[in-house]
Design a protein around this ligand. Structure first.
Ligand SMILES: *[C@@H]1O[C@H](CO)[C@@H](O)[C@H](O)[C@H]1NC(C)=O
Ligand SMILES: *[C@@H]1O[C@H](CO)[C@@H](O)[C@H](O)[C@H]1NC(C)=O
Length: 254
């Protein structure tokens, strides 16, 4: 009974393993996939995205945002930027659109659920955009690209779920480049003792009983060639941090 299943299973494993290794050996190559768009009337993305960016999640990058399925990577993919271009030469522009991942979600064999704004921007003209929207789901190809936020530093937003001074949750915004934040440390600035935080969901990191005093939030970025770098902010989170406020780290990455 089990025997006929075996080749299928091996074939499926092969498919699953093929994609990441290809991506690793050819990080600039386009990957074939499909994309749909949010079934909502507003142009931009959602302000309830799984990454935890809140209303910022709908306005970042001019509203060119997307939900990702596999590329969401349990939240590590939040904030990553992708060039996405559709492949129908009648409608689609060469460059497509650059989107930021702000949410988790998938459709029928899609990697991206784009905001309508982003979906339309893959088209050559507004007429072509209307045709694309009418298709609903389109063939695309994508590749990871650097995020760029001119005149922005990496920014911490104290999440609404925080409860001063007992529970601190914050989201990290505006990291440039194409590396992931894989760990975050919260450091006391008096004696520099640090502790690793938990990623609660998306781009949101949390700790119970945060230390008192100004706080320094350090971020570990993975590198293209496997090396990792701790980025130490210039500015601290003030002792009297406030729910909903944003704090400029004073640093940026590329
Ligand atoms: C570091 O300093 C803070 C504030 O002075 C204090 O509350 C905390 O216990 C110290 N931590 C360690 C590990 O010494
Ligand atoms: C970014 O940080 C630098 C110093 O760390 C600061 O001079 C600059 O004003 C900051 N940029 C913005 C846009 O806030």
């Amino acid at each position: 009974m089990a025997l006929p299943l075996l080749p299928l299973f091996l074939f499926a494993s092969f498919l699953l393993m093929k994609t990441p290794s290809d991506a690793a050996t050819c990080s600039d190559c386009f990957v074939q996939s499909r994309a749909a768009y949010y079934p909502v009337t507003n142009e931009q993305g959602t302000d309830t995205g799984a990454c935890g960016y809140g209303s910022f999640g709908a306005t970042i990058n001019g509203g060119d945002v997307s939900a990702a399925s596999d590329l969401y990577r349990d939240g590590v993919g939040c904030g990553a930027c992708y060039q996405v271009r559709c492949t129908n030469s009648n409608y689609c522009s060469d460059n497509g659109v650059t989107v930021v991942i702000t949410d988790n979600g998938g459709g029928d064999r899609t990697d991206f659920i784009l905001s309508r704004h982003a979906f339309s921007r893959m088209a050559q003209t507004t007429d072509a955009a209307a045709s694309l929207l009418a298709l609903g789901v389109v063939d695309i190809e994508y590749r990871r690209v650097s995020c760029s936020y001119p005149n922005k530093n990496i920014t911490f937003k104290i999440d609404e779920s925080s409860n001063y001074p007992y529970y601190l949750a914050f989201a990290i915004y505006y990291q440039q480049g194409k590396n992931d934040i894989t760990a975050v440390q919260l450091c006391e600035t008096q004696n520099f003792s640090c502790k690793l935080l938990d990623r609660s969901h998306g781009a949101v990191w949390t700790t119970v009983s945060p230390p008192s005093g100004p706080l320094s939030i350090r971020m570990l970025f993975d590198g293209d060639d496997g090396d990792e770098t701790w980025v130490v902010p210039v500015n601290n989170i003030p002792q009297d941090w406030k729910v909903g406020d944003t704090y400029d780290s004073g640093v940026q990455v590329n």
